[in-house]
Design a protein around this ligand. Structure first.
Ligand code: OVM
Length: 407
């Protein structure tokens, strides 16, 4: 058996085209639209020889593979490495990198911590923080929207909501960068992110300890579940680690992308201003249009078949969420950003039992920021060429210079 990127090499399934592309080439990662449409044009699956994986990017098959946890498991890792063949770089997440029945217990605890009721309590201060930040940026006029808005807002409100107290924004963003780049191949992006480990990982693990957490917050709710015997203290620590893994870079990406979408589509921004209640749908359409998590994998846990394609046990399938969310066969005028589309069935947050458990938190952050912008800002303009930051799993901006104008 030959191993490639930590998983079994597979034969090309009958009828599947071989496509010599590198989905993790930085040039593809920063500008993926041609890769997305070519992938969809290949059929339900393409075989990528460089990594010996299948890729899917049509809406139907991506949804099928992504949601069928019995055939396409997460416990063997949601990146290119198959955890059944070797140790991952960190102990697996007990909510992401796991299947039922173990998944169910951890999911219930984290769902409780991030429940609509818990988030409702935060909403007022989220709105106040967003209004203050947008007010400051309006006074500046021109600003760097990745650093000063997309990174600043979540790294201010999220650590507070978790209960971390004083926090280190850089380390939070860098840890997310490690976690998400780690899902890709052993390329330069992954190696550069991993090199930050010694400065970041011990600090993150320290933040996950019970005694470090404020008595109120998502973290405290998680630890309360070990007093009732539902989970162990060690598991509680790992669930707090999940919050810090998944909650920062994702929301940074979506906020930056939302500003980018609105700056590029002034008609849509005017619609939002006319009806700020559309903020919620501007967020969903940004998710569909930009897919902040562009790719996650699954592993076939048995010989099976999808859309007539025979898939062998041990096959790694990259589910290209970014491609599925732009599939013309599912989305009329898929390449148009339209905040009145109301795309409730996009795949940007996943689907099924592993669907994003933090989506209410992300929605609250985006709603607060986009509502404040709709109410206070007259126009949003690009004041420089946007630059994207390549990442093996996250589609995110590196630089976005913006001018906000007031009346
Ligand atoms: C985790 C986690 C959950 C969702 C996404 C993610 C790869 C990590 O539980 O650590 O990023």
């Amino acid at each position: 058996m030959k191993i490639i990127e930590g998983h079994k090499e597979i034969d090309v399934p009958a009828g599947v085209p071989v496509w010599d592309v590198d989905p993790y080439d930085p040039a593809v990662l920063v500008d993926p639209s041609d890769y997305y449409s070519e992938l969809r044009s290949k059929g339900p699956f393409a075989y990528i020889p460089r990594y010996s994986i299948l890729a899917c990017g049509r809406y139907e098959e991506t949804k099928e593979v992504f949601s069928d946890w019995e055939r396409f498991v997460s416990s063997r890792g949601v990146g290119l490495q198959d955890f059944s063949l070797g140790e991952p770089w960190r102990p697996p997440s007990i909510v992401l990198e796991v299947d039922p029945p173990d998944h169910t217990k951890a999911r219930a605890v984290i769902e409780r911590a991030l429940s609509p009721g818990a988030i409702r309590k935060l909403m007022e201060s989220y709105r106040e923080d967003a209004e203050n930040l947008i007010g400051e940026l309006l006074e500046k006029g021109t600003f760097e929207a990745v650093e000063e808005l997309a990174e600043t807002y979540p790294t201010t409100v999220f650590p507070d909501a978790v209960g971390l107290g004083e926090s280190d924004r850089r380390r939070l963003v860098d840890y997310g960068e490690m976690v998400f780049n780690a899902l890709g191949p052993d390329n330069e992006l992954r190696r550069n992110a991993m090199a930050k480990g010694p400065n970041v990982v011990p600090w993150i693990l320290e933040q996950c300890k019970r005694e470090r957490l404020e008595p109120e917050g998502f973290g405290a709710t998680i630890y309360a579940a070990c007093d009732t015997g539902e989970i162990t203290e060690e598991e509680a620590g790992l669930l707090v680690r999940s919050l810090l893994s998944a909650g920062v870079d994702t929301t940074v990406a979506v906020l930056g992308s939302a500003i980018w979408c609105l700056a590029n589509n002034p008609d849509q921004f005017q619609k939002l201003k006319a009806d700020p209640k559309l903020a919620r749908w501007a967020f969903e359409e940004t998710l569909r249009y930009t897919s902040p998590v562009h790719t996650f994998c699954r592993t076939a846990n048995l010989d099976t078949e999808v859309s007539g394609v025979k898939i062998a046990e041990g096959t790694k399938i990259i589910c290209v969420l970014g491609a599925a969310n732009l599939d013309e066969d599912h989305w009329p005028q898929a390449d148009k950003f339209d905040i009145e589309r109301k795309p409730s069935d996009h795949l940007a947050l996943g689907v099924g039992i592993h669907g994003c458990v933090g989506q209410n938190v992300a929605r609250a952050e985006a709603d607060a920021v986009l509502t404040a912008i709709a109410n206070k800002v007259e126009s949003i303009e690009l004041a420089g060429e946007p630059v994207w930051r390549p990442n093996n799993s996250v589609h995110t901006l590196d630089r976005l210079t913006i001018t906000f104008k007031s009346k």
